[in-house]
Design a protein around this ligand. Sequence first.
Ligand code: IPM
Ligand code: MN
Length: 359
Amino acid sequence: MDFKIAVLPGDGIGPEIIDQAIKVITAVGNKFNHSFNFRKGLVGAIAIDKTGNPLPVETLELCKSSDAVLFGAIGDPKYDNNPAAKVRPEQGLLAMRKELGLYANVRPVSTFPSLIDKSPLKKELVQGVDIMMIRELTGGIYFGKPQGRSEDGNTAYDTCVYSRYEIERVVRLACEYAMKRSKKLTVVDKANVLATSRLWRETAVAIGREYKDVTLDFMFVDNAAMQLIQYPSRFDVIVTENMFGDILSDEASVITGSLGLLPSASIGLSTSVFEPIHGSYPQAAGKNIANPVGTILSAAMMFELAFKLKKEAEIIRYAVEKSIDADCVTEDLNRANPKSTSQVGDWISNYIHEGPLSR
Ligand code: IPM
Ligand code: MN
C-alpha cells in the first residue's frame, strides 16, 4: 500500500530521532511492500524563526492531506527563559491539536524486562506494569477562555472548561481500550473540588452503562499520583482530563526507566499524530546521543492505529526489544558503553531488514 506521511521534526533532538524512525519505516516498507511519501513540514521554534508562525498554514494543510503525522519535539530554551515572548513554540503544538481535533492522547506505559533495574522504583513494584494512559487533549484549562491578566498586571487567570460531549468521546474511547484489555478503567479527577471533575464523573458513569463489562473505578488525582508510584501494577486503562493527564503521564513514564522509550498517539477527528512523549532535549541537540526508541515505537503505533497494519507494528516492537536485549542502547540506558542515536536506528532497521517476518 501507499501512504503519505507528514514529517514534522521540530526542534532540538527532533530531527535526529525522526531520521531513525524514517529508516525503520522504510525498512518495514521494503519488507512488506509498502511505499511511503515522506513530506516535511515546519513546526515549533524553527517555524517561528523561518516564518514567524509556530504552525504555518502550509504545515497544517500538509497534516490534513496526509495519512498520518510523525512528530519529533518542540521547544527551545530561548523561549522558556523569556516569559514575555508573545509567540511560543508550544502554541504550534496546541494549535495543531485543536485544528486536527486530536481529542485523545494515548500513552502506553509498559516495561522492558531487561531494563527493569533502570527504574527508580523497586523491581518488585515495576514487574508487569502495563498501563494505557488516555489523556483528553483539546479541552480543559489548556484551552478554556478567558485566560490572561488584569489590566494592572497583578492578577492572572486560566479557565477550566469541559462540555459533556468532550468528556463522552474520550471516555468512550477509553472504554473501547478497556474492552480489549482487562476491562478495568480508572477515571482520574478532582471531583471533591472541581465542577468540571463532577461533570467528568457523572458523564463517565453514564458512558460506563453502555459498557456493561467494563468496571469503572474513580480516583482523585492526588491519590492517583501517589498510587502510581506506590503500586503501579494496580492500574490498567486510565482516562483523565488534559492537565492531570499531562502530569500523570510524565510521572508514569519514568516507571519504565527512561522517558526516551515511550511513544504516544494523538487521535481524533482528522489525521492522527504520532510522537515520543519526551521533549526537545536541547542540551543534546546535534550530538547524536538522544534515544530514538520513543519515536520508533511511535512509528509502530502509526502502523497499528493509522494504517491498521498490525504485523508491521509488531515487527518494529520486536526489533526494538531485540536491540535492547543486545544492549544496543543510548547513554540514558548505558552510560559506560553507549551507542549513538544513529547506531540504534541502524541496528533496529537492519534487524527488520534481515530478521524474521514475525516474532
Ligand atoms: C506534552 C507537552 C506539552 C503539553 C507542552 C509542550 C505544551 O508537555 O505533550 O505533554 O503540556 O501538552
Ligand atoms: Mn507534558
